[in-house]
Design a protein around this ligand. Structure first.
Ligand SMILES: Cc1cc2nc3c(=O)[nH]c(=O)nc-3n(C[C@H](O)[C@H](O)[C@H](O)COP(=O)(O)OP(=O)(O)OC[C@H]3O[C@@H](n4cnc5c(N)ncnc54)[C@H](O)[C@@H]3O)c2cc1C
Length: 462
């Protein structure tokens, strides 16, 4: 029998951020379990050319900086702050665990272990030996797996594939045996974007890429998501959003305004964007992707045969010289919401529009510094992960309401102000920057109208 204060299921960004908060803000013990062999969650199996889409400055656990805050000097992201890749993230989470968590003597890590609990009991099963162990949890189970999605490296493709078809998951393009005459990238999200950018950067001709895109997506412009010296631009982005929310006449109009401002980006401006996953891209990446002219918009792939791809709304030919790249994983799940804080349980879910690591850390801090589950839930109300443009407004309104509520709890507000994961935490250092002064004034003027109008626009979609 294992005894622990917190049992954290999942050693990904969420589980480790929560654990970090518990170590910093309480004297509790934590047992972290993961079915994977190492900490880092999905990053452990991620495709080799993946990087954060946000700066490293705002990612990871609060107490251990990630990266060196270098500014990229070459490539498509020149001028922007560094974004860690998969190798760096795996090394970072190993360091967090082995150099920071385990030496406290308060953390136990059980890799290759499945959590198999039922109501009221907590059971762990080793994937190596099959041995089962009971756990007595003195405070809470922290479930970081409620929304867990699948990634192409570990999930089967959501379509049939005939024998003989050359199909690889995103990362597989780095290891194909024999050259390809053509690549067919399947998917419209961040993995597909990364794969197309990577292929083009390796010298694959745009004409040798076919991109099967069930939906066109909105991307957040990297220019407005930068830390440190570029933080005034981040704040200016908040001003643009508030202004557009105050003046928009519909959700389409809102996105049209923010696209005109350069805040949201679309690869193909002639196609309505119906997907919004909150990922960040740079203008130069988007520009590069516009070189791919062979874009198939016939819905989702149903099956790939040796000589044709059958989609929801039609078919296109294919052949043996084509390597098909599966970038069509489900991503994040969207099950029914449940309270984040319950007796004996924390269910990690997003509570506003914003950076994941900061939210994960916030949930741990609120658990430790706030007295009751009722109060905790009033500060962190769960929302659904965004998928469509309207979800952006719901999440943004949750951000504003949550900020207002948390500002009334001094311990949480103080923590947020100084936390490195909080994108706007360092704004005070730029308080006299002309862009910051102008944006502050702008937000003061349009803020109330923005909130009222955003709520109205959102209600009209329901
Ligand atoms: C390609 C990609 C890029 C991303 N880039 C960013 C970014 O730049 N910024 C950002 O904020 N977010 C980004 N995200 C979003 C991402 O979801 C979060 O950053 C974060 O890594 C998610 O961490 P997690 O701990 O919630 O989930 P995961 O990383 O999925 O970890 C959950 C863990 O739980 C384990 N688990 C599940 N069930 C069980 C069980 N029953 N027993 C034991 N263990 C179990 C799994 O093995 C897994 O390791 C990105 C996501 C992807 C896929």
């Amino acid at each position: 029998m294992i005894e622990t204060d917190y049992l954290v299921v999942g050693a990904g960004a969420a589980g480790l951020s929560f654990t970090d908060a518990v170590l910093t803000h309480s004297d509790a013990t934590v047992t972290v379990v993961d079915r994977r062999h190492a900490p880092g969650g999905h990053w452990v199996d991620a495709y080799p050319f993946v990087r954060l889409h946000q700066p490293s400055a705002f990612y990871g656990v609060a107490s251990v900086p990630l990266g060196k805050d270098a500014v990229e000097r070459a490539g498509l992201d020149a001028g922007f702050y560094e974004m860690a890749g998969a190798d760096e993230l795996r090394a970072y989470y190993l360091e967090v665990l082995h150099r920071h968590f385990l030496p406290t003597g308060r953390v136990r890590f059980l890799p290759c272990t499945d959590y198999a609990g039922a109501e009221g009991t907590h059971r762990l099963v080793s994937r190596l030996t099959g041995e089962a162990r009971e756990v007595r949890v003195r405070r809470k189970l922290v479930d970081t797996t409620y929304l867990e999605g699948s990634i192409p490296a570990t999930g089967a493709p959501p379509f049939e594939v005939a024998p003989g078809v050359r199909l690889v998951p995103a990362g597989g393009v780095t290891r194909i045996a024999g050259s390809a005459r053509r690549f067919c990238v399947i998917g419209a999200g961040k993995t597909a974007l990364d794969t197309c950018v990577w292929l083009l950067n390796q010298g694959v001709a745009p004409t040798a890429i076919r991109w099967i895109k069930p939906r066109e997506g909105w991307w957040l412009n990297r220019r407005y998501h930068q830390p440190h010296a570029l933080l005034p631009d981040f704040y200016a982005g908040a001003g643009l959003q508030m202004q557009a929310m105050a003046e928009a006449t519909s959700i389409d109009d809102l996105f049209g305004r923010l696209e005109a401002d350069g805040f949201f980006l679309r690869v193909d401006r002639s196609v309505p964007a119906t997907m919004l996953h909150g990922a960040i891209a740079s203008e130069s990446e988007v520009e590069l992707l516009r070189r791919i002219a062979d874009v198939v918009r016939l819905g989702r792939v149903q099956r790939i045969e040796r000589d044709r791809i059958v989609l929801d709304d039609g078919e296109v030919p294919t052949d043996e010289g084509t390597v098909h790249v599966h970038c069509a994983a489900e991503g994040l799940r969207r099950p029914p919401l449940r309270p984040i804080y319950e007796p004996g349980r924390v269910t990690v879910q997003p509570c506003y529009w914003g950076f994941a690591s900061f939210q994960f850390a916030l949930l741990g801090v609120v658990e430790c510094l706030v007295g009751s589950d009722e109060e905790r839930n009033s500060l962190c109300r769960p929302i659904r992960y965004w998928d469509r443009p309207a979800d952006y407004l719901a999440a943004y309104l949750a951000l504003l309401a949550g900020d207002r509520a948390r500002a009334k709890v001094p311990a949480v507000a103080e923590w947020a102000k100084d936390c490195r994961l909080n994108p706007l935490g360092g704004l005070g250092q730029h308080r006299d920057h002309p862009l910051v002064v102008a944006t502050r004034e702008r937000i003061k003027q349009v803020g109330p109208a923005a909130v009222a109008n955003a709520a109205k626009l959102l209600a009209a979609t329901r």
